[in-house]
Design a protein around this ligand. Structure first.
Ligand SMILES: Nc1ncnc2c1ncn2[C@@H]1O[C@H](COP(=O)(O)OP(=O)(O)OP(=O)(O)O)[C@@H](O)[C@H]1O
Ligand SMILES: [Mg+2]
Length: 311
């Protein structure tokens, strides 16, 4: 199994449960593990019955966790943008720009971008410190979009840098009797900020897509909709070079049920399991039983042990 593992899937299928158990399994196998929750509901704290904040907290031996939220990160992000801009633009327009930034911080996409930046920061800065980094993600569409961002943002930033360089070159020529001073481009604050972001995104892209250190695990239930959605998501991710390694089929009903209702439910489950085996041929497929009770810190180890078959 890869070093950076993303657990994704539809709402309520068991992403938080699976990522938390897989994190416990990794830690018990002796790997220094970081569990990152990007799920706005933050149920990781509930599972471990321990308050996990937006800073790295130790949970068990070898296991640390952190909960990050788009809302909080977007506030930090916007405050940072304000500080960076202070050095770039004249004080007269700082007030006006700050007003625009406040408006932007409530516009769609901002929390997503801020969350993405924080995820990239964790991947690039913690990759050497941990043997395994596990992400519990928000429902599918959101995460798939996030993972395609490096490709899109990289190209976009490249264009911005080129455009800005062109205008700085023209300014430089005007100031140096038609000659350009390369230092003017290197010292330009806007270019510095854009280049820094470009390098960070490229580093994350290299770790995630080129070095293939990242793999995506889909959690599904043996039902029609999660299967259809996962097929679509896998197509998009593979187009963007994100490896989809496996499928966890969660909440599998017990065998030998007597009651007619549950017998027919079990037959229906088997029908979908056959479809799953056929649809996702070539990927690791792993089944997790339906537990009698919600997963909490007392039974997490049972499920964690089952992951040894998956590794
Ligand atoms: N194998 C299982 N057996 C019994 N209950 C389970 C199992 N897996 C998950 N659950 C329960 O199902 C509910 C949803 O699980 P979980 O929170 O892990 O899903 P999720 O995919 O993270 O949801 P969300 O999309 O809301 O983040 C929880 O109450 C959890 O305890
Ligand atoms: Mg969840």
């Amino acid at each position: 199994m890869n070093k950076i593992v993303f657990f994704g899937g539809k709402g309520g299928v068991g992403k938080t449960t699976c990522s938390a158990s897989y994190a416990v399994f990794s830690a018990k196998s002796g790997l220094k593990t970081l569990l990152v929750s990007t799920d706005p509901a933050h149920s990781t704290s509930d599972i471990f019955e321990k308050k996990i904040k937006n800073e790295i907290t130790n949970i068990l031996p070898n296991l640390d966790a952190i909960e990050i939220s788009g809302e909080k990160e977007s506030k930090i992000y916007m405050d940072n943008v304000k500080i960076s801009l202070k050095n770039v633009v004249s004080p007269v327009i700082v007030k006006e720009i700050n007003k625009q930034i406040d408006a932007a911080s409530i516009s769609p996409g901002t929390e997503e971008a801020a969350l993405f930046d924080k995820m990239i920061e964790i991947i690039t800065e913690k990759n050497d410190e941990y043997d395994r980094i596990i992400f519990d993600t928000a429902p599918t569409g959101h995460t798939v979009r996030l993972l395609t961002l490096p490709e899109l943002l990289g190209a976009w930033l490249d264009t911005l840098i080129k455009k800005r360089s062109k205008s700085v070159t023209l300014m430089s020529m005007a100031n140096h009797h038609g000659q350009t001073d390369k230092k003017d481009i290197d010292n330009d604050e806007v270019i510095k900020i854009l280049r820094k972001r470009y390098e960070k995104i490229n580093k994350a892209k290299k770790i995630m897509m080129e070095d293939k250190l990242l793999s995506f695990i889909f959690v599904i239930n043996a039902e029609k909709l999660p299967i259809d959605e996962t097929v679509k998501a896998i197509n998009i991710l593979e187009k963007y070079n994100v490896l989809v390694d496996g499928i966890v089929v969660n909440k599998i009903l017990p065998e030998n049920m007597k009651d007619d209702f549950w017998k027919s439910k079990k037959e229906q489950e088997q029908k979908y399991l056959d479809i799953i085996m056929e649809t996702f041929k070539g990927k690791k497929i792993f089944k997790l039983p339906l537990l009698q009770e919600d997963m909490k810190s007392n039974n997490i180890e049972n499920i964690a042990d089952k992951f040894s078959e998956f590794n």
